[in-house]
Design a protein around this ligand. Structure first.
Ligand SMILES: C[S@@+](CC[C@H](N)C(=O)[O-])C[C@H]1O[C@@H](n2cnc3c(N)ncnc32)[C@H](O)[C@@H]1O
Length: 246
């Protein structure tokens, strides 16, 4: 039997607890959000909307962003599904998805909707797991979501059915770095695709596991990550992707 969509809400509640009790996680995410903010184009007119905001952390770094998610939670601005956005055509400058793209069973159906709501040259920014030689075993063995490295990705352009819980951590790496599907996505241009090492993040245990190092090691590990990021195929663990709506 497939897992219901409400699984997301169970995880959001669990993540809120980790977010409030793990300062290390908040500091690591601050660095991730800085990378996202650096990709924004301040000259574009329109609102910035985050899809799948979860516990709504991005707002601490980008207060102007409209936070949305599938389920009502007090910190959200709008409850909505990424496949059916309640925004008018061409009204948004940016869409931001942090760890959400790998939950989209039908990426083309989402991209069609994103294209509709974004202004011309509007930006879609994705922050995702990156699958490398070293991160593959970590994500496969210690994270509850499947990497789905060899699974078929569904390229239908319509709202996916069933509307159940879906996760495939490898999808961004496969599509934006390995380019498994040629000339994809049409109507978009990829202006940024960066993978970087994240041992400071992986060993923090993220939202669901125990931290494996003392907090005072954080900056040293981050410097180590910066060096290892020169070899993303071996050491990459996270990635940042930017697409322009043509
Ligand atoms: C792994 S969580 C990430 C949450 C948050 N962005 C973060 O970084 O902590 C994935 C989020 O995507 C949301 N999500 C999944 N499918 C979605 C969809 N079709 N439309 C909107 N949000 C969706 C879930 O409800 C969940 O909050």
């Amino acid at each position: 039997m497939s897992t219901p969509l409400t699984q997301h809400q169970i995880e959001i509640r669990r993540n809120l607890n980790a977010w409030q009790n793990k300062p290390l996680l908040r500091r690591l995410y601050a660095g991730f959000y800085e990378r996202i903010v650096a990709l924004l184009d301040a000259n574009l007119a329109g609102r910035i909307v985050e899809i799948g905001s979860g516990v709504g952390n991005l707002k601490t770094h980008l207060p102007s962003a409209v936070s949305t998610d599938l389920f009502p939670n007090p910190w959200l601005d709008v409850v909505c599904d990424g496949y059916e956005l309640p925004f008018t055509n061409g009204s948004l400058s940016h869409l931001i998805l942090f760890d959400v793209f790998h939950h989209l069973r039908a990426p083309n159906a989402f991209l069609r909707e994103a294209c509709r709501v974004l202004t011309r040259e509007g930006r879609l920014i994705l922050f995702e797991p990156y699958i490398s030689w070293s991160s593959f075993p970590v994500y496969a063995l210690f994270h509850h979501e499947p990497v789905a490295w060899w699974a078929t990705i569904d390229f239908v352009g319509t709202l996916p059915r069933p509307r159940d819980y879906y996760a495939a951590q490898g999808n961004a790496t496969r599509l934006f770095f390995r380019h498994e599907r040629r000339d994809w996505p049409s109507g978009w241009s990829l202006f940024h695709a960066e993978a970087f090492a994240g041992f400071s993040y992986l060993c923090s245990g993220g939202f669901s596991k125990r931290t494996l190092y003392p907090e005072r090691w954080q900056s040293g590990l981050q410097r180590f990550d910066k060096i290892l990021s020169r070899w993303p195929r071996i050491f990459g663990a996270r990635c940042l992707v930017g697409l322009l709506n043509r």
